[in-house]
Design a protein around this ligand. Structure first.
Ligand code: TMP
Length: 244
């Protein structure tokens, strides 16, 4: 069954959101477009839309099964996901199990250093400001969320990390870090939104020792490592096998 998209509500870098006939339900259409470094680098990853949609679906289903509320409803088409309408909290919530990316650049921690306990960090979701890293004090001063919501979001982020780390362990993949976004439903309940995919996670193949060869995520695009489509396809295959 193909959903008939209604009014386009929002076009982001990786997805377009449409209204549906039900005000509580939106249709997210995943795109093949890829951007990095706040859209200074642009490209296309063939098949990414449908791959990321299906990976996100499987991961949302895993999280729902252990009681973590997500916005996922169903997928009427390969690159389309019907989701619950949420009021998005304008935070990028990053969980890090190992040092990589901006953490290495900003702190000098060596690539791959184990972070125990895992770090939970907040960035302000604002492209004009370059998604800056926030302190909890700044976040509260900006009234982006209440202290209670920050506590809820942090606890959910840690629970998501525990579940996804265990899941990817079964795939022989290390979940290095990831970014998630949350929203509030009509009742004010905090719900996991957006997507969880190789666009938003760092994933390393445990069977490969080479630090570039093991990369199975968007760093292949960011850092021009090549074989981008193959890496996304590989993640879909192992995730699909693990949920069977
Ligand atoms: P970072 O090391 O560049 O801060 O990225 C941390 C994680 O967040 C990594 O898994 C990639 C993901 N991420 C996004 O999903 N969107 C973004 O805009 C950025 C900068 C990172």
């Amino acid at each position: 069954m193909s959903a008939q998209p209604g009014t386009k509500l929002y076009e982001g870098k990786a997805k377009i959101l449409y209204a549906t006939e039900d005000p509580d339900i939106l249709l997210a259409v995943y795109k093949d477009d890829a951007t990095a470094f706040n859209a200074q680098k642009r490209g296309t990853i063939a098949g990414k839309g449908s791959i990321n949609c299906l990976i996100s679906r499987y991961l949302f289903e895993q999280l729902e099964a252990v009681g973590i509320p997500t916005h996922y409803l169903d997928c009427p088409e390969p690159a389309q996901m019907r989701v619950k309408a949420l009021t998005i909290v304008p935070l990028e919530v990053i969980v890090r199990n190992r040092a990589a990316g901006s953490l290495c650049q900003q702190t000098g921690l060596p690539l791959g250093a184990v972070l125990d306990p895992p770090l939970v960090e907040f960035c302000y979701k604002n492209d004009d400001l370059g998604d800056p890293l926030l302190t909890e004090g700044r976040l509260l001063a900006m009234e982006l969320a209440t202290a209670e919501q920050v506590a809820d979001i942090t606890a959910l982020a840690r629970a998501i990390n525990r579940e996804l780390t265990a899941f990817f362990d079964r795939c022989n993949i290390t979940l290095v870090d990831f970014k998630v976004e949350f929203g509030r439903d009509r009742d004010g309940r905090i719900i996991l939104g957006d997507e969880i995919s190789p666009d938003t996670c760092r994933l390393w193949d445990n069977a490969i020792a080479d630090p570039d060869g093991r990369v199975l995520d968007k760093d292949r695009f960011r850092r021009d490592l090549g074989e981008v489509e193959a890496a996304y396809q590989r993640v879909l295959e192992v995730v699909t096998a693990a949920v069977q």
